[in-house]
Design a protein around this ligand. Sequence first.
Ligand code: FES
Ligand SMILES: [Fe+2]
Length: 407
Amino acid sequence: MSREELVAMTRSLVEHGAADTMEYADEIVRVPAATYTDTDLFERERRNIFRRLPLMVAPSCELPEPGDYKAMDICGVPLLLTRQRDGSVGAFLNMCTHRGNPVVNGTGNASRFTCGYHGWTFKNNGDLVGVASPRDFGAVDKAALCLKRFPVYENAGLIWSTLDQDSKLSIAEYLCGYDELLKAFGFDGWTLFSQRTLPGPNWKTAYDGYLDFYHLPVLHKDTFGADFFNRANYFFWGPHQRLSSPSKFVQKTGSDEQIDLTQMSDEELPADALTQGVWTIFPHISIASFYGGGQRGALISQLFPGETVGESYTTQYYVMENQPETEEQVKSAHEQFDFLEVVVRDEDYATGKRQHEALQSGQMKEVLFGKNERGGQVFHEWAAKLTHASDEELLEIFSGKQREAAE
Ligand code: FES
Ligand SMILES: [Fe+2]
């Protein structure tokens, strides 16, 4: 992790905050309204974004122990994540190599999985270890019939996988060094307090909301308050963006006290100051710090397109530095997490649903992203670019060379 890079960002935010300025995009950007409603484009996004790019599939603390597993369905692809005996994570196509039945559903802990259809058994490292009634079935090469593997990568307490068995795209390269900065949260040693899944509008409509602060004091006036800041500066690592409010203050952990960062040396800057704001991981993750239950926590929101262009679903993970201990702390952590459900479900996604229905009318040709909404501008630019890129272009975009050139 580069603390220097985090400090430099904080200093830039403090300077802008002290001067009451913010960084603007060059111009107001117009995005075709059909971007949100076109069903052909939506299918292409499911295929070329969600089934081709690395996705953050789970925080490490969701699978802390050897044997822990989670089965998921992402855009029609059944994925099985397992924590293997050596501590590494395995990502597999959750389809029995006999006739394709998922070998397990949901979450749990197991060292092996027995398929519920005819009883073939696989170890949690994917090895096929048992064919039911083998003499009757006939001889098979078990080594060739292991569960199919997807690329997987774990860093900064987060797990990524690419739902393409033949992907040549390096997950680390795709992250453009961003994962090293995400280490500043310290998720590696954190625990999962609670999680839930919420239905939402079109995935880009939903994701737009994580990328702008412009709406905060308006849409969230009853929850965050009408005085909440509405400005953000943006920092970029390839398509991944952090947005943070230009301010010389940071709220002291667990209190309302505001710390004046201009009075602190670089060495004194606390973790909260270095990680404040919203950290997004393209194409579908948002991370923000909160405090509840007597200690640092974070909401990790993981968004996936639904079955139709107007639907998405979001899993909210509430992760905490330590599990709350007392009854009061547990209650306070639940209150914090429940508050964030209300904000997202009743304000962001309820608005997104109405917005999407209106856009479906086809009466409006374009939507606007202001100079203060750079996050949305950049997101839509990358979404279009990566949706339409060929496999070769995709590799070129994220090759190490390109990254160096951009730096
Ligand atoms: S499909 Fe799994 S054992 Fe037949
Ligand atoms: Fe919001």
